[in-house]
Design a protein around this ligand. Structure first.
Ligand SMILES: *Cc1c(COP(=O)(O)O)cnc(C)c1O
Length: 366
Protein backbone atom coordinates (compact mmCIF):
# COMPACT_ATOMS: atom_id res chain seq x y z
CA UNK A 1 0.00 0.00 0.00
CA UNK A 2 1.40 3.40 -1.00
CA UNK A 3 -0.21 5.86 1.31
CA UNK A 4 -1.03 9.42 0.37
CA UNK A 5 1.10 10.67 3.23
CA UNK A 6 2.74 9.18 6.30
CA UNK A 7 2.93 11.67 9.13
CA UNK A 8 4.41 9.10 11.49
CA UNK A 9 7.47 8.57 9.31
CA UNK A 10 7.78 12.34 8.85
CA UNK A 11 7.79 12.98 12.60
CA UNK A 12 9.52 9.91 14.01
CA UNK A 13 12.75 11.30 12.55
CA UNK A 14 12.70 13.80 15.44
CA UNK A 15 11.70 11.34 18.16
CA UNK A 16 14.85 11.82 20.22
CA UNK A 17 14.81 15.63 19.99
CA UNK A 18 11.12 15.71 20.86
CA UNK A 19 11.64 13.56 23.96
CA UNK A 20 14.53 15.65 25.21
CA UNK A 21 12.64 18.88 24.64
CA UNK A 22 9.59 17.45 26.40
CA UNK A 23 11.56 16.91 29.60
CA UNK A 24 12.56 20.59 29.58
CA UNK A 25 9.05 21.68 28.69
CA UNK A 26 7.62 19.71 31.62
CA UNK A 27 10.24 21.06 33.98
CA UNK A 28 9.61 24.65 32.86
CA UNK A 29 6.15 24.69 34.46
CA UNK A 30 5.23 27.31 31.84
CA UNK A 31 2.70 25.80 29.45
CA UNK A 32 1.08 28.80 27.75
CA UNK A 33 3.03 31.56 25.97
CA UNK A 34 6.34 30.41 27.35
CA UNK A 35 9.83 30.44 25.92
CA UNK A 36 9.12 27.98 23.11
CA UNK A 37 6.48 30.28 21.60
CA UNK A 38 8.72 33.35 21.89
CA UNK A 39 11.62 31.45 20.35
CA UNK A 40 9.49 30.09 17.52
CA UNK A 41 8.05 33.51 16.71
CA UNK A 42 11.54 34.89 16.45
CA UNK A 43 12.83 31.88 14.46
CA UNK A 44 9.97 31.93 11.98
CA UNK A 45 10.06 35.72 11.48
CA UNK A 46 13.74 35.29 10.80
CA UNK A 47 13.05 32.45 8.38
CA UNK A 48 10.45 34.45 6.43
CA UNK A 49 12.53 37.61 6.64
CA UNK A 50 9.67 39.54 8.27
CA UNK A 51 9.89 41.83 11.27
CA UNK A 52 7.12 40.11 13.20
CA UNK A 53 5.60 36.69 13.70
CA UNK A 54 2.69 36.11 16.06
CA UNK A 55 1.64 32.58 16.95
CA UNK A 56 -2.06 31.67 16.72
CA UNK A 57 -4.12 28.58 17.51
CA UNK A 58 -4.44 27.57 13.83
CA UNK A 59 -4.30 28.87 10.27
CA UNK A 60 -7.95 29.91 10.04
CA UNK A 61 -7.53 32.08 13.13
CA UNK A 62 -4.32 33.58 11.74
CA UNK A 63 -6.19 34.82 8.66
CA UNK A 64 -9.30 35.85 10.59
CA UNK A 65 -7.25 37.80 13.12
CA UNK A 66 -5.46 39.71 10.35
CA UNK A 67 -8.81 40.95 9.02
CA UNK A 68 -10.22 41.65 12.48
CA UNK A 69 -7.06 43.55 13.41
CA UNK A 70 -7.39 45.75 10.33
CA UNK A 71 -10.98 46.44 11.35
CA UNK A 72 -9.87 47.40 14.88
CA UNK A 73 -7.24 49.67 13.36
CA UNK A 74 -9.80 51.31 11.08
CA UNK A 75 -8.17 50.20 7.82
CA UNK A 76 -11.14 47.91 7.00
CA UNK A 77 -14.78 48.10 7.95
CA UNK A 78 -17.66 45.61 7.97
CA UNK A 79 -18.98 45.02 4.47
CA UNK A 80 -15.76 45.85 2.65
CA UNK A 81 -14.98 43.56 -0.27
CA UNK A 82 -12.02 41.19 -0.29
CA UNK A 83 -10.97 39.48 -3.51
CA UNK A 84 -10.13 35.79 -3.08
CA UNK A 85 -9.60 32.90 -5.52
CA UNK A 86 -12.80 30.86 -5.94
CA UNK A 87 -10.94 27.53 -5.97
CA UNK A 88 -9.20 27.90 -2.60
CA UNK A 89 -9.67 25.78 0.50
CA UNK A 90 -12.78 27.04 2.29
CA UNK A 91 -10.73 28.46 5.21
CA UNK A 92 -9.56 31.43 3.11
CA UNK A 93 -13.16 32.44 2.47
CA UNK A 94 -14.37 31.72 6.00
CA UNK A 95 -11.69 34.03 7.43
CA UNK A 96 -13.12 36.90 5.38
CA UNK A 97 -16.72 36.04 6.30
CA UNK A 98 -15.96 35.58 10.01
CA UNK A 99 -14.43 39.06 10.08
CA UNK A 100 -17.68 40.52 8.69
CA UNK A 101 -16.18 41.29 5.28
CA UNK A 102 -17.53 40.29 1.87
CA UNK A 103 -15.51 37.79 -0.16
CA UNK A 104 -15.50 38.34 -3.91
CA UNK A 105 -14.72 35.02 -5.55
CA UNK A 106 -12.68 35.23 -8.73
CA UNK A 107 -11.63 32.59 -11.22
CA UNK A 108 -8.02 31.37 -11.04
CA UNK A 109 -5.50 30.92 -13.78
CA UNK A 110 -6.02 27.39 -15.02
CA UNK A 111 -2.29 26.70 -15.45
CA UNK A 112 -1.24 27.62 -11.93
CA UNK A 113 -4.51 27.21 -9.96
CA UNK A 114 -3.65 30.65 -8.51
CA UNK A 115 -5.18 34.13 -8.77
CA UNK A 116 -5.32 35.58 -12.26
CA UNK A 117 -4.23 39.26 -12.06
CA UNK A 118 -6.57 40.22 -14.91
CA UNK A 119 -9.53 38.80 -13.01
CA UNK A 120 -8.55 40.81 -9.93
CA UNK A 121 -8.57 43.97 -12.01
CA UNK A 122 -12.02 43.05 -13.41
CA UNK A 123 -13.47 42.33 -9.94
CA UNK A 124 -12.21 45.53 -8.32
CA UNK A 125 -14.93 48.03 -7.43
CA UNK A 126 -15.11 51.10 -5.17
CA UNK A 127 -15.94 48.71 -2.29
CA UNK A 128 -12.85 46.54 -2.76
CA UNK A 129 -10.37 47.05 0.05
CA UNK A 130 -8.17 43.94 0.06
CA UNK A 131 -6.89 40.92 -1.86
CA UNK A 132 -6.31 37.57 -0.19
CA UNK A 133 -3.78 35.78 -2.39
CA UNK A 134 -3.53 32.03 -1.78
CA UNK A 135 -0.37 30.11 -2.70
CA UNK A 136 -2.38 27.05 -3.57
CA UNK A 137 -0.75 23.61 -3.43
CA UNK A 138 2.51 25.31 -2.41
CA UNK A 139 3.03 27.43 -5.53
CA UNK A 140 3.46 31.17 -5.14
CA UNK A 141 0.76 33.26 -6.74
CA UNK A 142 1.98 35.85 -9.24
CA UNK A 143 2.83 38.28 -6.47
CA UNK A 144 4.64 40.91 -8.54
CA UNK A 145 1.59 41.45 -10.75
CA UNK A 146 -0.85 41.20 -7.85
CA UNK A 147 1.15 43.68 -5.80
CA UNK A 148 1.07 46.16 -8.66
CA UNK A 149 -2.72 45.97 -8.86
CA UNK A 150 -3.04 46.19 -5.08
CA UNK A 151 -0.85 49.31 -5.06
CA UNK A 152 -2.71 50.92 -7.95
CA UNK A 153 -6.09 50.49 -6.26
CA UNK A 154 -4.82 51.03 -2.73
CA UNK A 155 -5.81 47.52 -1.60
CA UNK A 156 -4.39 45.62 1.33
CA UNK A 157 -2.55 42.51 0.17
CA UNK A 158 -2.85 39.52 2.48
CA UNK A 159 -1.31 36.11 1.80
CA UNK A 160 -2.83 32.77 2.69
CA UNK A 161 0.51 31.00 3.00
CA UNK A 162 -0.90 27.93 4.76
CA UNK A 163 0.40 25.63 2.01
CA UNK A 164 3.58 27.46 1.08
CA UNK A 165 6.08 27.62 3.97
CA UNK A 166 9.46 28.35 2.44
CA UNK A 167 8.33 29.02 -1.13
CA UNK A 168 10.63 31.69 -2.55
CA UNK A 169 10.51 33.83 -5.69
CA UNK A 170 13.33 34.60 -8.12
CA UNK A 171 14.20 37.73 -6.12
CA UNK A 172 14.58 35.78 -2.89
CA UNK A 173 11.32 36.91 -1.30
CA UNK A 174 9.64 34.21 0.75
CA UNK A 175 5.98 33.36 1.24
CA UNK A 176 4.76 35.45 4.16
CA UNK A 177 6.74 38.52 3.12
CA UNK A 178 5.05 39.70 -0.08
CA UNK A 179 2.14 41.71 1.17
CA UNK A 180 0.88 43.53 4.24
CA UNK A 181 0.43 40.38 6.29
CA UNK A 182 0.26 36.61 5.89
CA UNK A 183 -1.41 33.71 7.64
CA UNK A 184 0.29 30.32 8.05
CA UNK A 185 -1.04 27.00 9.31
CA UNK A 186 1.00 24.35 11.09
CA UNK A 187 -1.67 21.66 10.73
CA UNK A 188 0.27 18.36 10.87
CA UNK A 189 0.21 17.68 7.10
CA UNK A 190 1.46 21.14 6.06
CA UNK A 191 5.05 21.56 4.84
CA UNK A 192 5.92 22.73 8.34
CA UNK A 193 3.54 20.75 10.52
CA UNK A 194 3.08 20.58 14.27
CA UNK A 195 1.77 17.50 16.09
CA UNK A 196 -1.56 19.22 16.57
CA UNK A 197 -3.05 22.57 15.60
CA UNK A 198 -1.03 25.74 15.21
CA UNK A 199 -0.68 28.82 13.05
CA UNK A 200 0.88 32.26 12.85
CA UNK A 201 0.72 35.68 11.28
CA UNK A 202 3.77 37.29 9.71
CA UNK A 203 4.00 40.99 8.92
CA UNK A 204 6.37 43.96 8.82
CA UNK A 205 3.72 46.28 10.27
CA UNK A 206 4.27 46.85 13.97
CA UNK A 207 0.81 48.28 14.61
CA UNK A 208 -0.83 45.30 12.98
CA UNK A 209 1.44 42.85 14.80
CA UNK A 210 0.52 44.40 18.14
CA UNK A 211 -3.20 44.27 17.33
CA UNK A 212 -3.09 40.63 16.16
CA UNK A 213 -1.22 39.71 19.33
CA UNK A 214 -3.74 41.56 21.48
CA UNK A 215 -6.77 40.08 19.71
CA UNK A 216 -5.42 36.54 20.01
CA UNK A 217 -4.92 36.88 23.74
CA UNK A 218 -8.22 38.31 25.07
CA UNK A 219 -7.36 41.85 24.06
CA UNK A 220 -4.71 41.84 26.75
CA UNK A 221 -2.12 44.61 26.88
CA UNK A 222 -0.76 43.64 30.27
CA UNK A 223 -1.96 41.03 32.73
CA UNK A 224 -5.73 41.46 33.28
CA UNK A 225 -5.83 44.72 31.34
CA UNK A 226 -8.02 44.25 28.25
CA UNK A 227 -8.06 46.91 25.59
CA UNK A 228 -10.17 45.28 22.84
CA UNK A 229 -12.73 42.44 22.67
CA UNK A 230 -10.25 39.66 22.02
CA UNK A 231 -10.27 35.93 21.48
CA UNK A 232 -8.30 33.01 22.78
CA UNK A 233 -6.13 32.00 19.84
CA UNK A 234 -2.60 31.37 21.03
CA UNK A 235 0.02 29.05 19.59
CA UNK A 236 0.35 26.22 22.06
CA UNK A 237 3.68 26.02 23.88
CA UNK A 238 4.20 22.32 23.17
CA UNK A 239 3.38 22.76 19.47
CA UNK A 240 5.90 25.62 19.32
CA UNK A 241 8.41 23.22 20.88
CA UNK A 242 7.84 20.68 18.06
CA UNK A 243 8.01 23.45 15.46
CA UNK A 244 11.31 24.80 16.82
CA UNK A 245 12.80 21.35 16.32
CA UNK A 246 11.35 20.90 12.83
CA UNK A 247 11.91 24.37 11.34
CA UNK A 248 15.65 23.82 10.58
CA UNK A 249 14.60 20.88 8.35
CA UNK A 250 11.91 22.73 6.40
CA UNK A 251 14.19 23.63 3.50
CA UNK A 252 15.59 20.13 3.10
CA UNK A 253 12.07 18.68 3.29
CA UNK A 254 10.91 21.17 0.65
CA UNK A 255 13.89 20.18 -1.54
CA UNK A 256 12.91 16.55 -1.19
CA UNK A 257 9.34 17.43 -2.18
CA UNK A 258 10.66 19.20 -5.28
CA UNK A 259 12.86 16.22 -6.11
CA UNK A 260 9.86 13.89 -5.90
CA UNK A 261 7.84 16.26 -8.08
CA UNK A 262 10.62 16.26 -10.67
CA UNK A 263 10.70 12.45 -10.63
CA UNK A 264 6.96 12.42 -11.26
CA UNK A 265 7.22 14.96 -14.06
CA UNK A 266 10.07 13.21 -15.84
CA UNK A 267 8.62 9.74 -15.29
CA UNK A 268 4.95 10.20 -16.08
CA UNK A 269 4.31 9.92 -19.80
CA UNK A 270 0.60 9.59 -20.38
CA UNK A 271 -1.62 11.80 -22.49
CA UNK A 272 -4.45 11.05 -20.06
CA UNK A 273 -2.69 12.82 -17.21
CA UNK A 274 -2.08 16.56 -17.16
CA UNK A 275 0.95 17.43 -15.03
CA UNK A 276 1.41 20.59 -12.94
CA UNK A 277 3.31 23.45 -14.56
CA UNK A 278 6.06 25.03 -12.46
CA UNK A 279 9.48 26.63 -12.71
CA UNK A 280 12.30 24.94 -10.87
CA UNK A 281 13.38 28.04 -8.96
CA UNK A 282 11.77 27.16 -5.64
CA UNK A 283 8.54 29.06 -6.08
CA UNK A 284 6.64 25.76 -5.70
CA UNK A 285 7.17 23.78 -2.49
CA UNK A 286 4.78 21.00 -3.53
CA UNK A 287 2.47 20.89 -0.60
CA UNK A 288 0.45 18.86 -3.08
CA UNK A 289 1.32 17.32 -6.44
CA UNK A 290 -1.89 17.88 -8.34
CA UNK A 291 -2.60 16.30 -11.72
CA UNK A 292 -5.74 16.61 -13.81
CA UNK A 293 -7.64 13.80 -15.50
CA UNK A 294 -10.94 13.30 -17.29
CA UNK A 295 -13.07 10.51 -15.78
CA UNK A 296 -11.52 11.06 -12.39
CA UNK A 297 -13.55 8.35 -10.63
CA UNK A 298 -12.08 5.69 -12.94
CA UNK A 299 -8.58 7.02 -12.38
CA UNK A 300 -8.93 7.04 -8.60
CA UNK A 301 -10.49 3.54 -8.67
CA UNK A 302 -7.64 2.24 -10.79
CA UNK A 303 -5.02 3.57 -8.36
CA UNK A 304 -7.02 2.34 -5.38
CA UNK A 305 -7.19 -1.17 -6.80
CA UNK A 306 -3.44 -1.00 -7.23
CA UNK A 307 -2.95 0.08 -3.62
CA UNK A 308 -2.13 3.73 -4.24
CA UNK A 309 -3.97 6.23 -2.11
CA UNK A 310 -4.93 9.61 -3.62
CA UNK A 311 -6.83 12.62 -2.25
CA UNK A 312 -8.83 15.28 -4.07
CA UNK A 313 -8.05 18.90 -3.21
CA UNK A 314 -10.90 19.70 -3.29
CA UNK A 315 -13.95 17.75 -4.44
CA UNK A 316 -16.50 20.58 -3.96
CA UNK A 317 -15.72 24.23 -4.71
CA UNK A 318 -16.47 26.64 -1.84
CA UNK A 319 -19.38 28.33 -3.68
CA UNK A 320 -21.09 24.91 -4.03
CA UNK A 321 -20.82 24.14 -0.31
CA UNK A 322 -23.99 24.38 1.78
CA UNK A 323 -21.99 26.50 4.22
CA UNK A 324 -21.60 29.20 1.55
CA UNK A 325 -24.96 28.90 -0.18
CA UNK A 326 -25.17 32.69 -0.59
CA UNK A 327 -22.54 32.22 -3.33
CA UNK A 328 -24.22 29.25 -5.03
CA UNK A 329 -25.63 31.48 -7.79
CA UNK A 330 -22.11 32.29 -9.05
CA UNK A 331 -21.04 30.91 -12.40
CA UNK A 332 -17.41 29.93 -12.10
CA UNK A 333 -16.71 27.47 -14.94
CA UNK A 334 -12.91 27.38 -14.58
CA UNK A 335 -13.16 26.69 -10.86
CA UNK A 336 -15.83 24.04 -11.38
CA UNK A 337 -13.79 22.33 -14.08
CA UNK A 338 -10.74 22.31 -11.81
CA UNK A 339 -12.69 20.77 -8.96
CA UNK A 340 -14.01 18.04 -11.27
CA UNK A 341 -10.64 17.00 -12.66
CA UNK A 342 -7.93 17.40 -9.99
CA UNK A 343 -6.29 14.54 -8.10
CA UNK A 344 -3.35 14.76 -5.70
CA UNK A 345 -0.71 12.03 -5.89
CA UNK A 346 1.22 10.74 -2.87
CA UNK A 347 4.08 13.09 -2.01
CA UNK A 348 5.75 13.56 1.36
CA UNK A 349 9.40 14.10 2.35
CA UNK A 350 10.00 10.58 3.64
CA UNK A 351 8.44 8.86 0.62
CA UNK A 352 10.87 6.33 -0.89
CA UNK A 353 12.15 6.45 -4.46
CA UNK A 354 10.83 2.94 -4.91
CA UNK A 355 7.29 4.05 -4.05
CA UNK A 356 7.61 6.99 -6.44
CA UNK A 357 8.69 4.65 -9.25
CA UNK A 358 5.82 2.28 -8.47
CA UNK A 359 3.33 5.13 -8.75
CA UNK A 360 4.91 6.28 -12.03
CA UNK A 361 4.75 2.77 -13.54
CA UNK A 362 1.11 2.42 -12.55
CA UNK A 363 0.27 5.81 -14.05
CA UNK A 364 2.01 4.95 -17.32
CA UNK A 365 0.04 1.71 -17.49
CA UNK A 366 -3.28 3.50 -16.98
C1 LIG B 1 -4.77 24.46 5.97
C2 LIG B 1 -5.24 25.68 5.34
C3 LIG B 1 -5.83 26.73 6.08
C4 LIG B 1 -6.27 26.61 7.49
O1 LIG B 1 -5.38 26.11 8.39
P1 LIG B 1 -5.89 25.41 9.75
O2 LIG B 1 -4.67 25.40 10.58
O3 LIG B 1 -6.39 24.05 9.38
O4 LIG B 1 -6.95 26.27 10.34
C5 LIG B 1 -6.11 27.91 5.42
N1 LIG B 1 -5.89 28.05 4.11
C6 LIG B 1 -5.37 27.07 3.35
C7 LIG B 1 -5.13 27.31 1.91
C8 LIG B 1 -5.04 25.85 3.95
O5 LIG B 1 -4.54 24.87 3.18
Amino acid sequence: MIRFTDLHSVNVRFDKEFSEAYANFLASGSYILGEEVTTFESNFANYCDTKYCIGTANGLDALTLIFKAYIELGALKKGDEVIVPANTYIASILAIVHAGLNPVLVEPNEDSFNLNPTKIEDATTWKTRAVLAVHLYGQLANMQAIKKIANTHNLLLIEDAAQAHGAIDSEGIKAGNFGDAAGFSFYPSKNLGALGDGGCVTTNNQELANMVRKLGNYGTVSKYVNEVKGYNSRLDEIQAMFLNIKLPFLDSDNNRRLEIAKQYVSGIASNKIQLPKFSEKGNHVFHQFVVRVENRDDFVDYLNKNDVETIIHYPIPPHKQNALEEFSYLKLPITERIHKTVVSLPLYPTMTNQDIQTVIQLLNAY
